[in-house]
Every structure is written in structure tokens, then in C-alpha cells.
Design a protein around this ligand. Structure first.
Ligand SMILES: Cc1cc2nc3c(=O)[nH]c(=O)nc-3n(C[C@H](O)[C@H](O)[C@H](O)COP(=O)(O)OP(=O)(O)OC[C@H]3O[C@@H](n4cnc5c(N)ncnc54)[C@H](O)[C@@H]3O)c2cc1C
Length: 147
């Protein structure tokens, strides 16, 4: 975090995850707990958590599958309604982030616009050149290493 309270957009990471939907949250938990030595960030083009579940707000929006299978294995769904409304899924995602202290890994308003997977392996890591845009401007480019 830079002194002005904003994330340092030029920092490089071992792993970049794209998207703050349910997959991004799961990735954050898995990386934090199973690969604690790796630095990582989750870039989200929009300004909020949730992906599908914060984007679609039409009346009656809900899951098709039950939340025992759709929910996080590491934070099982405990409510009685197993087919859940979009709002309650979004709430569950926020609760999960708070419970496992995952908010700090997310960077909003940052869209990955280019990512070319290089075939060059360096020290058994794959280099992925990329460009990121924040508010329409390119804010970083570089070669984060994907493990
Ligand atoms: C009404 C509805 C009901 C559904 N019900 C179910 C269900 O019951 N079971 C099921 O398995 N699936 C269901 N789905 C599908 C559902 O979308 C996915 O299963 C799941 O929510 C997808 O999560 P995700 O994190 O992979 O992607 P998303 O929720 O789509 O999130 C992706 C995120 O990545 C961000 N992003 C994309 N590109 C970039 C980029 N270049 N740079 C930065 N950020 C980027 C997007 O802004 C978005 O926030 C449903 C979908 C809808 C619309």
C-alpha cells in the first residue's frame, strides 16, 4: 500500500488472479492458506466484489444449484435455503472475505487488458507480460510470475 492509501500499481506479484467473483475469492483463500510464501493480488475491473452476484440485480435472481455445492468448501453455507437469492449469495461472499481477512488482496478498477503467456520458463516459473488499466489509463505493465 502506498503512502497515499492507494495500492502501488507497479508492484509485481508471484500470482495475479483476474476477477473478484466467487472464483477470485476462492483463489484468494487457497493462495493465502496453501501458498503462503507467494505474493498475489486479485485484479477486478469493476469497483466491487461479487462478479455475477453484484452485477445482476433483476428481481428474482437466484442460484440454480444448491449452495452446499456452489458455496465455498472452506466456509460451508449454513442457511436453510439451499437455493439462494443473489443478494444472499453476495452477502455470503462479503462475510467470507471478512471472516478470512481476504479483502486486502483485492484491487478494484483494474482491468487486465493484455496477458501473453510466455513459453519461457525461468527458475521453473512462467512469465506473463501484462498491461493493466485503471480508469481508462494504463497504470502498469510488467511480467508477473505465475507459479
Ligand atoms: C442468474 C445466474 C444464476 C447462476 N446460478 C449458478 C448456479 O447455481 N451454479 C453455478 O455453478 N453457476 C451459476 N451461475 C453462473 C455463475 O456466474 C458462475 O457459476 C459463478 O458465479 C462465476 O463466478 P466467477 O468468479 O468464475 O465469474 P464472475 O462471477 O463472472 O466474475 C468474474 C469477474 O471478473 C471480472 N473481470 C473479467 N475480466 C476482467 C479483466 N480483464 N480484468 C479484471 N477483471 C475482470 C469481472 O468484472 C467479474 O467481476 C449463474 C449465473 C447467473 C447469471
Amino acid at each position: 500500500m502506498a503512502a497515499n492509501g492507494h495500492h502501488d500499481a507497479t508492484k509485481s506479484f508471484d500470482v495475479l488472479v483476474i476477477g473478484a467473483g466467487i472464483s477470485g475469492i476462492n483463489s484468494a483463500y487457497r493462495l493465502a492458506t496453501e501458498l503462503p510464501s507467494a505474493s498475489f493480488a486479485i485484479l477486478e475491473a469493476r469497483n466491487e466484489i461479487g462478479g455475477t452476484w453484484s452485477l445482476f440485480k433483476y428481481p428474482g435472481v437466484r442460484s440454480d444449484s444448491d449452495l452446499h455445492t456452489f458455496g465455498f468448501a472452506f466456509n460451508p453455507w449454513k442457511k436453510s435455503n439451499i437455493i439462494a437469492s443473489g443478494d444472499s449469495i453476495l452477502e455470503y461472499m462479503h462475510e467470507t472475505l471478512d471472516k478470512f481477512d481476504l479483502n486486502k488482496y483485492f484491487r478494484f478498477g483494474q482491468k487486465l487488458v493484455v496477458s501473453l503467456l510466455s513459453s519461457v520458463w525461468k527458475k521453473s516459473r512462467l512469465t506473463a507480460p501484462h498491461r493493466v488499466r485503471t480508469g481508462g489509463k494504463q497504470t502498469s505493465s510488467g511480467a508477473s510470475r505465475l507459479t
